[in-house]
Ligand binder design. Structure first.
Ligand code: ADP
Length: 330
């Protein structure tokens, strides 16, 4: 293998830049030519890329976002789109691609490898921590700490006014940010997509019990992935949930949707380190002639899996964490 490429796809995550840096430096140190493809699979289809050298990735290890930009690219899900991407690779002499992102990105990598014969390695980069084979995805730790930092600030004012703060955090299918964020900030109630919930049992009764013990301010954490179920219950979003809580408990309730503030910012030491370790492994896998692998962290070790196996795996959140959260937060 002489020439490889790196791209970031799907939602950006802090630590993606540390991963890119490790990939470029590992490649150059091992005598490979390496291209940085801009805007994910769109860039591969359109041939937008630049050759990277050791200095191309200077001063990015700490930065959030992705220096290669990201994009969703529905065209890549079509045979024509993949053919165009394969042609770009052949024209540039690219024999291997490292694809940083989530499950969708790995499906794209698999297609590029199976239909185009290009060696592909997936590296997890997503704040949702929803990659089954990976204990900690790059971006999750930073986002979790950002949530804790923002909610600590909201809590100060919530406490000063005896209010209830209803906070929506990211996580369409996974409740890791809401659950661990909820534990870390002492949320009275936590709603996650992995667990059925009942508004009276899981929010109203808990607030009333806490009131009886003298508690006067409350935080309710809601994962984005619960909003559909709330809608089915006639509650359209966290603003409506705050109104419902106020009407049932008499506590003034305010809502906040943390949105993209959770995704940006300087990455944590942990995300820089795991991004660097996984990026390094990805290039070594290509050098060993491997393809269709996903790199992951398990018990603080870097491991790798067959891409099909990785995509078939199901991640189940530790519901004992939920039990702990509920036992210690009234
Ligand atoms: P993530 O990688 O964070 O899960 P997406 O699901 O949006 O994000 O996927 C990112 C990109 O990966 C998509 O825009 C598309 O280009 C590509 N992709 C997603 N799913 C597939 C698929 N089944 N086949 C081929 N490419 C896919």
């Amino acid at each position: 293998m002489k020439t490889i490429a790196v791209l970031t796809s799907g939602g950006d995550a802090p630590g993606m830049n540390a991963t890119i840096r490790a990939i470029v430096r590992t490649a150059v140190e091992n005598g490979l030519k390496v291209y940085g493809v801009t805007r994910g699979y769109k860039g591969l289809i359109e041939g937008t890329m630049k050759e990277m050298d050791l200095r191309s990735v200077s001063n990015i290890i700490n930065r959030g976002g992705t220096m290669l930009y990201s994009a969703r690219c529905p065209e890549f899900n079509t045979p024509e789109g993949i053919q165009k991407a394969v042609k770009t690779c052949k024209d540039k002499g690219i024999e291997g691609v490292v694809c940083i992102g989530g499950d969708g990105t790995f499906r794209g990598a698999k297609d590029l490898s199976n239909y185009g014969g290009i060696a592909c390695i997936g590296v997890p980069g997503t704040i949702d921590n929803d990659i089954a084979c990976c204990d900690y995805t790059t971006g999750y730790d930073t986002a979790l700490n950002t949530i804790v930092d923002i909610v600590d600030r909201i809590r100060d004012t919530t406490e000063s006014h005896d209010r209830c703060a209803v906070i929506e955090v990211m996580g369409r299918n996974a409740g890791y940010l809401a659950l661990n964020g909820g534990i870390a900030i002492g949320a009275t109630s936590i709603l996650i997509p992995e667990k059925e919930f009942d508004l009276d049992r899981d929010i109203i009764d808990r607030i009333k019990r806490a009131q009886k013990s003298g508690k006067e301010y409350f935080v309710v954490m809601v994962a984005e992935g619960c909003t559909d179920r709330l809608k089915e219950m006639g509650i359209d979003g966290v603003e409506a949930l705050a109104r419902y809580i106020q009407s049932r408990t008499g506590v003034e309730a305010r809502h906040a949707v943390l949105g993209h503030a959770q995704r940006g910012g300087y990455s944590s030491a942990k995300d820089r380190i795991i991004g660097s370790r996984m990026g390094n492994r990805a290039v070594h896998l290509l050098l060993e002639g491997k393809t269709n692998r996903v790199v992951a962290m398990q018990k603080d070790e870097v491991v790798d899996y067959d891409i099909n196996e990785a995509l078939d795996m199901k991640k189940s959140i530790d519901l004992d964490l939920y039990r702990i959260a509920m036992e210690i937060s009234i």
